[in-house]
Design a protein around this ligand. Structure first.
Ligand SMILES: [Zn+2]
Length: 132
């Protein structure tokens, strides 16, 4: 048993190398490019998940109450909590319905999850998100 354990660790290349990899990994994973909730700094997503919808990353929409929202489209935003029912989004993205997307930590409204059969994306309100 003991002998076989030693042989295994020898084959892998030894502990020192693994330690270096851990260290490098830590260094190469800065918080750069992450999206944070502007209110509480909870990690929401990553800039690499930015996508274009209808030919544009940025969209400006006016809600029924007259508020103008500038938001960016993202493939994923794992830090969001999705809540509420589905609402038709015909005026924004034809064929999609939307649900509210809020910060998974502090529940600040951050944007919307737009869905249609087999597809979805997030619209995140720019001034409620910080890019680290
Ligand atoms: Zn938050």
């Amino acid at each position: 048993m003991g002998a076989s354990d030693e042989r295994d660790s020898g084959t892998v290349g030894g502990a020192p190398e693994a330690a270096v990899v851990d260290e490098v990994d830590e260094v190469t994973r800065p918080k750069e490019g992450f999206l944070f909730c502007a209110a509480c700094s909870h990690v929401i997503g990553h800039v690499e998940d930015r996508i274009e919808v209808n030919g544009s990353f940025l969209h400006t929409c006016t809600n029924p109450y007259g508020y103008v929202h500038h938001f960016g489209c993202h493939r994923e935003a794992h830090g969001c909590d999705i809540s509420g029912g589905h609402h038709a989004a015909d005026s924004w993205f034809h064929g999609y319905s939307w649900r509210l997307a809020s910060c998974g930590n502090c529940s600040t409204h951050l944007g919307w999850l737009f869905e249609k059969s087999g597809e979805h994306f997030y619209g995140l309100i720019l001034d409620r998100i910080q890019v680290g």
